[in-house]
Design a protein around this ligand. Structure first.
Ligand code: BG6
Length: 368
């Protein structure tokens, strides 16, 4: 049942190209338009939205953080992302024109369920992104967009994370299409790029062997830092979370621009630092992060750099260079997360941990 893999998680990592393809299936039209019949919110209702709040926990929260960059860019609707467990205790400002997007793989996470009930009491519209048909969160929402990742057995989210990002992107592009936002004309080009993602994710799986030997070398490391910028920042957060969950290692992620405001004090000889470098298209950010890599390396840290294939600017400062397929910046999280999942999984195995059932964790947490 593990399809020849030692762990469900490895099987689920390998299934990601298919999971992404299945989540796109039937939702893209040949003319580069989106069809989201299941949205059950009318075009008029979608046009009234003036604020989006994404609520979620764990990896789903990082999928939401990633989506914020794309949704705001495409729709020009302000988008906040908040942990479900914090949301309803701070008296959030909600009304009829607020769209709350609740992301949950299981559809049963109590923190998210309580947050969505609070949102509905304040008359916000709630749209669920969920992987489990008929679960509580979609039943209590105004509409649902299912991720079609298939069952995920490993406790740590992998293919559901990627498909949550895809589902959020579909919603963002759909809103841009319906509202004819400034960006509306470009929807077709983005849809086309999204359609190519299963192959790109497949290519990212090609980093497996390289990461495996890296993980063996780092099995006794005390701590690993992750840095990224723009959508690479939530990728860094997700990479650090995977490492905590599976390898029980201290791991922290920072926005690369914050490094100089504190965390750089942590950099010391041999500390592994994983850096997510954006595609060269975004020159300013790309160059800034390359100088971060340089600074970190100069302080003796061991730099593990994820960068677009053919990007030679980082080669002199990378102890390990992991090549990512060439994709647009906003889609890079779908490929950059993959080696980080493998990294956490392999490190956990090298340390003798049960990857599918990490200690103290449950697949779905139905208490607050
Ligand atoms: C945690 C799981 O308890 O819940 C994570 O260990 C998951 O993997 C998080 O991301 C949120 O779960 P769900 O089902 O609401 O997406």
């Amino acid at each position: 049942e593990k399809g020849g893999h030692d762990y469900f998680m490895l099987k689920e990592i390998a299934e990601q190209p298919q999971a992404v393809a299945d989540t796109l299936l039937g939702r893209l039209t040949p003319r580069g338009q989106l069809r989201l019949d299941e949205m059950r919110l009318s075009d008029d209702e979608l046009r009234e939205i003036d604020k989006i709040i994404i609520i979620a926990c764990g990896s789903a929260f990082y999928a939401g953080l990633t989506a914020k960059y794309a949704i705001e860019h495409w729709t020009r609707i302000p988008c906040e992302v908040e942990l479900s467990s914090e949301f309803r205790y701070r008296d959030p400002i909600l009304n009829r024109s607020t769209l709350v997007i609740a992301i949950s793989q299981s559809g049963e996470t109590m923190d998210t369920l309580m947050a969505l009930r609070h949102a509905r009491e304040q008359r916000a519209r709630v749209l669920a992104i969920c992987n489990t048909n008929g679960s509580t969160i979609p039943r209590e929402s105004d509409a649902v967009l299912y991720t079609h990742a298939g069952p995920e057995v490993g406790v740590a989210a992998t293919k559901t994370f990627l498909t949550q990002v895809v589902a959020c992107y579909l919603i963002g592009l759909y809103l841009a299409q319906v509202r004819e936002s400034k960006f509306g004309d470009e929807v077709a080009a983005e849809v086309d790029q999204l359609d190519r993602m299963p192959q790109a994710v497949e290519q990212a799986l090609g980093t497996m062997e390289q990461i495996r030997s890296l993980a063996r070398e780092l099995a006794t490391a005390k701590s690993v830092l992750f840095i990224g910028r723009h959508v690479g920042y939530p990728v860094a957060l997700e990479g650090a979370l995977k490492l905590k969950e599976l390898a029980y290692m201290h791991a922290e992620a920072f926005a690369a621009g914050e490094l100089k405001h504190g965390p750089i004090a942590l950099i010391e000889e041999d500390l592994p630092v994983v850096v997510v470098v954006p595609p060269r298209g975004r020159d300013v950010l790309h160059d800034k992060i390359v100088s971060n890599v340089q600074e970190i390396r100069a302080r003796g840290a061991r730099t593990i750099v994820l960068a677009e294939e053919g990007d030679e600017s980082v080669t002199p400062y990378a102890d390990v260079l992991i090549s990512l397929p060439k994709v647009p910046t906003l889609l890079q999280p779908l490929v950059a997360t993959v080696p980080l999942q493998i990294f956490a999984c392999e490190l956990a195995m090298a340390r003798g941990n049960d990857v599918d059932q990490p200690r103290n964790l449950a697949k779905s947490v139905t208490v607050e």
